[in-house]
Design a protein around this ligand. Structure first.
Ligand SMILES: [Mn+2]
Length: 316
């Protein structure tokens, strides 16, 4: 394992804006501390991330699909299952995350930064101050977008006062006078579903979670208004079923309507009763409208994990 090549910094598979921008930010922070590092991303750029990179003239991190034999730093995730397949063969030099840590990765380096905030960029913004590293204005703008994206423009129940304060500070550094206008542009970019296959839409913002020994995939599409998705429901549900057949117990897509502040869930599962237990509404033809559901972490994964934990250990 080479100690001389730069640390490769990347986020989770199907990288969202926070994963892409936090990789750039953590690489900048490490370089600023005299630790050579370069950002990468283990998946394609989403329309939202492409908009953010363009808007703030930030470089697109190169694609990386293998981590074996590299020194790496993880941003926005800390579970082996959400990274490249050979992540366990990498030397993990640092972790920056804001999700629960299942403890299935190991690191020799005592550099694990985990914080209960809604966005990894919020944590990193604090670390630039901690290490007294200069934060360039363009990167600050990107980090602001990551916070707006991860908090669904602060509508998410996962948003904390730290996220809000970081966003205000980053806006000042980036010269963004109107945060709400930037948020609206971001949402327009995020909601662009033109030219995508149903599978690409389910995978656009998708994560696998291990719940009581079962793999459950949860994707999310956020839109100002979900009407354009109505005619696609059948195709999206079929794509969920296809992804479930690839080694997962269940796959759910939440199509989040930020205007109505709720989500239409589409679920392919042998146990639809678990979704009713988690969200308090029965699925009809694999779908249900759940009022108030916006945050994947708080409103989807947490109750679903509880429902799966009510199952025994036996396969079903
Ligand atoms: Mn994040």
């Amino acid at each position: 394992m080479s100690e001389s090549s730069p640390i490769l910094v990347f986020g989770h598979l199907c990288p969202d804006t926070d994963s892409v921008i936090s990789a750039l930010a953590a690489a900048e922070l490490l370089n600023g501390r005299g630790i050579p590092a370069e950002a990468a991303m283990p998946g394609p750029l989403t329309p939202e991330s492409a908009f953010v990179l363009r808007r703030f003239s930030l470089p697109c991190p190169p694609r990386v699909d293998s981590a074996a034999g590299r020194r790496v730093a993880l941003v926005d995730f800390s579970n082996a299952g959400q990274g490249p397949a050979d992540l366990r063969e990498a030397d993990i030099a640092a972790v920056f995350d804001h999700h629960r840590c299942d403890g299935d990765i190991a690191s020799r380096a005592p550099e694990l930064w985990l914080a209960p905030v809604a966005c990894c960029a919020t944590l990193l913004a604090g670390l630039f101050r901690f290490y007294d590293v200069v934060l360039p204005p363009g990167l600050a703008g990107g980090m602001l977008c990551a916070i707006l994206s991860d908090t669904s423009l602060f509508k998410s129940s996962a948003a904390t006062p730290q996220d809000l304060r970081a966003a205000e500070d980053l806006a000042r550094r980036a010269g963004v006078a109107d945060i709400a206008a930037l948020g609206a542009d971001l949402l327009t970019a995020k909601a662009d579903i033109s030219g995508c296959t149903m599978r690409e839409l389910v995978l656009r913002d998708f994560k696998d979670f291990t719940m009581n020994g079962r793999i459950v995939g949860v994707g999310q599409l956020e839109m100002p208004d979900i009407t354009p998705v109505e005619p696609l429901k059948g195709g999206l549900l079929a794509a969920c079923a296809e992804l479930a057949a690839e080694g997962r117990h269940s796959v759910m897509l939440a199509v989040t309507d930020l205007g109505r502040e709720g989500s239409l869930i589409l679920a392919a599962s042998p146990r639809p009763d678990l979704f009713e237990l988690a969200f308090g509404r029965p699925l009809h033809g694999g779908e249900a409208w759940i009022a108030g559901m916006i945050s994947r972490k708080s409103d989807m994964v947490r109750p679903l994990r509880k429902a799966f934990e009510s199952l025994g250990r036996n396969p079903d």
